[in-house]
Design a protein around this ligand. Structure first.
Ligand code: A2P
Length: 320
């Protein structure tokens, strides 16, 4: 499996299986198909509400008699949910994830959003302004230092962030004892994140693209009625046709060629395999330029869902 080197010297597999919106009922089969097919990287989060099912799937897979893969051959990422940013909440939150995933350690633990809730919100959605906590009250730097303590205790091997802008990354870099290894953000040709990618590469931070296929299966709550689908883009289709591959494979191959890790989600065996096979797709310089030229600014996961009345957060502020 092709990998990308992190600032710690560890190497992350360039394709991982995304698990957002994968229900408990189907995730076990998806994990087994993925591991059989050669995936070694699974991207998880407690808010996806399927970590216990993923834990059972991993446990069963690793216990199979004819399987030679061991825990240390896998790369498992999870994320600290917004309700647990207070430094004293961080280790218990990680321990719950380790319990659910049935693991002793994580390869990578990310701050999921630069947005904080009261601990009582747990894994529910905040309903009122009072459910939120402003970053002035729990600074991201304090949460970061609590993640660093997890590295020192050997509970996580690498730490990073998700949905962080350049200015928020700078805030962390200014105080970090352990540098952020990864910034996981939405990215696809309609949101190439070129400036952020350049900043990350200059600071030895690997960018991971979530929603690399445009996350078309998203819940209606996260969708605008008229949004264009990057998987249906005509330039992407033409390039796919010229290489006799699928549009999804072109979207993934483009990111990999830019040095970006991808975590496409699928629960269908043929797509899980097709997505991994994108590693073998070699785009030409002209293909890359054509895709770069699409250059739109369509953010599917725009953060507006954290704008509940009375919330101190705005979508614009999140990305600033
Ligand atoms: P499914 O899970 O039913 O296969 P993203 O990774 O950008 O969030 O996109 C995930 C969405 O794209 C899901 O709806 C998933 O559906 C679908 N998908 C995953 N792989 C492919 C593929 N190779 N071709 C088309 N759609 C795909």
């Amino acid at each position: 499996m092709k990998t990308v080197s992190l600032v710690t010297g560890d190497t992350i597999p360039v394709i991982g299986l995304g698990t957002w919106q994968a229900s408990e009922a189907v995730i076990q089969q998806a994990i087994h198909v993925a591991l059989d097919g050669g995936y070694r990287h699974i991207d998880c989060a407690p808010i996806y509400l399927n970590e216990p099912a993923i834990g059972r799937a991993l446990q069963r897979y690793l216990a199979r008699e004819n399987v030679t893969i061991k825990r240390e051959n896998l790369w498992i990422t999870s994320k600290l949910w917004n309700s647990f940013h207070a430094p004293e909440q961080v280790e218990p939150a990680l321990k719950q994830t380790l319990h659910d995933l049935q693991l002793e350690y994580l390869d990578l633990y990310l701050i999921h959003w630069p947005v904080a809730f009261k601990a009582a919100v747990g894994l529910d959605r905040p309903q009122r302004g009072e459910d939120y906590v402003a970053l002035e009250q729990i600074p991201l730097t304090a949460t970061w230092q609590a993640l660093e303590a997890l590295v020192d205790k050997g509970l996580v091997k690498n730490i990073g962030v998700s949905n962080f802008s350049i200015s928020k990354l700078k805030t962390i870099l200014a105080i970090a004892k352990h540098q952020p290894a990864v910034n996981q953000v939405e990215s696809h040709p309609y949101l190439p994140q070129t400036e952020l990618l350049t900043f990350c590469q200059q600071h030895n931070i690997v960018m991971t693209a979530y929603s690399p296929l445009g996350s078309g299966g998203r819940d209606a709550a996260f969708k605008k009625p008229d949004e264009p689908s990057v998987l249906n883009d005509t330039t992407i289709h033409a390039i796919a046709k010229s290489h006799a591959v699928t549009p999804a494979q072109v979207l993934l191959a483009w990111q990999i060629a830019r040095g970006v890790v991808v975590i496409p989600k699928s629960v269908h065996p043929e797509r899980i395999q097709q997505n991994l096979a994108a590693i073998k797709v070699k785009l030409t310089k002209d293909d890359m330029e054509q895709i770069d030229y699409i250059d739109q600014e369509i953010r599917y996961i725009d953060g507006s869902f954290w704008e509940t009345a009375g919330s101190p957060y705005t979508a614009q502020g999140i990305w600033q």
